[in-house]
Write a protein that binds this ligand. Structure first.
Ligand code: SF4
Length: 314
């Protein structure tokens, strides 16, 4: 047991920060495979909806509008005003309960397939990066290489495209907040007539560019409240792709005279648990197993992050 505790130091820090507190830049390998292809198609559908919804009108109202400034909210063409706030309260309560139960069963499914941060980062910006700079190792080599004309050309092209996409996303984002008609006016009419709107566009463009070009996965580990909560929402039966410390620790290349963890023997002593299998049958059976939910409720107070992480790695 002592041997296993020694290998768990990776839990004491996040993998994207070094000993001095500096960021470790990630160079993920270009993914491929059946599920990645599915995710690409699902993301493509979300992106189409994101781009189309601002132009759909129902009975003269925008299909989806979250006009915080004028306190007008339109969901699927139905107008909600501050008088309907009690509905918002009920919807929030329902959503929180749903999110908790959904995460217990399906793990980070939302993060991987639905979250806008993932859809834009992995399916738009990352794909452009792979196209311009190559796979993860090529990107690493390029970043550590001196500033040649080829590097300048690639970096300039990448950041130019990133910024243009960020501006487009910012405009669409504002269309959901102040309305498509208002955004079109800001675009078509002189800047001095819409100084506030123009500044808003610049700010949102800068935010989106900063998030997708530089901040990236840090959003999940440091900003997103859902990401922070997941440590206490997962149980051993949650469907989640997680780091398997028994196979991965200690890190580094295999050496003849350095002992590895006898992970097969160790795993055989662990409580049996279904492997992480992502299939429809697995989804259904997980949802049907009420014991999972009751186990969560029973163990709620005992669910420390460490406890859950141990579960997850099993
Ligand atoms: S942790 Fe938050 S930002 Fe990150 S993928 Fe999940 S929901 Fe999205």
């Amino acid at each position: 047991m002592e041997f296993i505790e020694d290998t768990e130091s990776y839990r004491d820090h996040i993998a994207t920060v070094d000993q001095e507190g500096k960021r470790i830049w990630m160079y993920p390998k270009k993914p491929s495979g059946r599920f990645y292809n599915y995710r690409t198609w699902v993301s493509f559908a979300f992106l189409v909806l994101f781009l189309v919804f601002p132009f759909i009108k129902v009975n003269g109202s925008q299909f989806l509008l979250f006009d915080v400034i004028h306190r007008r909210f339109v969901l699927f063409g139905i107008l909600f005003t501050p008088q309907d706030f009690y509905l918002f309260g009920l919807a929030m309560l329902t959503m929180f309960v749903f999110i908790i139960l959904f995460t217990v069963v399906y793990g980070r499914l939302f993060c991987g397939w639905v979250c806008p941060q993932t859809v834009f980062m992995e399916m738009v910006f990352r794909k452009i990066e792979y196209w311009i700079e190559g796979d993860g190792n090529d990107q690493r080599r390029l970043n550590s290489a001196p500033w040649t004309s080829d590097k300048i050309r690639k970096k300039t092209l990448k950041h130019l495209i990133f910024f243009v996409i960020a501006v487009v996303v910012a405009n669409y984002f504002m269309a959901y907040i102040i309305g498509t008609d208002e955004v079109l006016k800001i675009i078509r009419e002189p800047v001095e007539m819409h100084v506030g709107g123009f500044i808003g566009m610049l700010i949102f463009s800068g935010i989106f560019y900063g998030v997708f070009a530089f901040l990236r996965e840090q959003v999940c580990t440091t900003i997103c409240p859902y990401g922070r909560l997941q440590g206490v929402l997962l149980v051993k039966d949650s469907i989640v792709v997680a780091y398997d410390f028994i196979r991965g620790e200690p890190r580094g290349k295999l050496k003849n005279n350095v002992p590895r963890i006898p992970w097969k023997a160790f795993r055989s002593k662990m409580p049996s648990s279904p492997p992480v299998i992502v299939s429809t049958a697995n989804f259904v059976s997980m949802f049907a197993r009420r014991a999972l939910i009751s186990e969560m409720v029973r163990n709620w107070n005992a669910l420390t992050a460490r406890h859950v992480l141990m579960h997850v790695t099993w």
